[in-house]
Design a protein around this ligand. Structure first.
Ligand code: SF4
Length: 291
């Protein structure tokens, strides 16, 4: 893997990296600098077979959803190439390698596990932890992950994006019944006790009605953490961001239902900050900002 390009808007907290595999595929990673932590969000596949309708990864390369999975060695190299550029001495804060860029890690499960072990075995100048996200496509592997131990902290993120199968299906055309995903995540947490985050992208008129927040409360029950964002529209996305005033109402219903709810502002600094968006422009022969 070699770094091809860096996109870093002045004053922003995120830098996007494009990296090229030895056989000529391009994937992206995002490095986010916050006062309390470094997060490096890396890709696990070239493109993504899940094809979420708000995400550029599913539409890259002129409709070809997916090219191939990355090997564990490529993922480790993806992390190390960027980590070499970080100024750990100036910013002695924890580092998270988040397997949450392009691709569905649970469709490349064994290679991701090997990469986790390899990264955990390396020595880092700051405390290191791991995060991995899934659309829920393999509930059986969510359960299996709960049975595996790691020497570093691992946080699991699960894409919720809708309180019912029909709403999720509008957004995520390839997924599993939400009841099976919730059951698997409950079993995961009971087994290993590691932290779980449910991610929810608010799309205007699709999954952002207040009754949807009430449905989430009934679906999950108290004690879970939901992290939601307003949609950061990708090129060609059929969805629009939720109005800002809706966000607080949505959050209040979740908290009144006993869930903890955190809202994260999307990056509107100019880089295409949703997963797969920079490499989507690259695959089309364009660059950042060619919208
Ligand atoms: S949001 Fe994630 S799972 Fe969905 S298409 Fe994009 S990369 Fe794949």
């Amino acid at each position: 893997m070699k770094i091809l390009e860096r996109v870093s808007p002045p004053g922003g907290i995120a830098t996007k990296y494009l990296q090229e595999t030895n056989d000529g595929f391009v994937v992206e990673a995002t490095y986010i600098r916050r006062p309390e932590k470094h997060t490096l969000c890396v890709s696990t596949q070239v493109g993504c077979p899940i094809g979420c309708r708000f995400c550029a990864s599913g539409r890259r390369s002129k409709g070809s959803l997916y090219q191939r999975s990355l090997t564990s060695a490529e993922m480790v190299e993806e992390c190390c190439n960027i980590a070499q550029e970080m100024d750990f001495a100036a910013h002695c804060r924890p580092l998270t390698f988040a397997f949450m860029g392009e691709g569905e890690p649970f469709l490349n499960f064994d290679e991701c596990l090997k990469a986790f072990y390899a990264l955990a075995a390396m020595s880092w100048p700051v405390p290191m932890q791991l995060a991995v996200s899934t659309s829920g496509i393999r509930p059986d592997l969510i359960r299996r992950l709960g049975e595996i131990t790691f020497s570093v902290r691992l946080k699991l993120h699960v894409s919720l994006h809708g309180p019912s199968d029909d709403i999720r299906f509008q957004i995520m055309p390839v997924t599993q019944p939400i009841s099976e995903i919730v059951a698997a995540v409950r079993a995961y947490r009971e087994r290993c006790g590691r932290p779980v985050v449910w991610n929810y992208v608010l799309c205007a008129g699709v999954n952002d009605r207040l009754e949807h927040a009430e449905q989430i409360v009934r679906l999950l029950g108290p004690g879970w953490h939901v992290k939601f964002t307003r949609l950061n529209p990708a090129v060609g996305s059929p969805f629009r961001p939720t109005p800002r005033e809706r966000v607080e109402q949505f959050r209040r219903i979740l908290e009144e239902g006993g869930l903890s709810a955190a809202y994260t502002e999307t990056d509107e600094s100019g880089i295409q900050a949703g997963c797969g968006q920079l490499s989507y422009h690259y695959a089309r022969g364009g660059r950042h900002g060619d919208t």
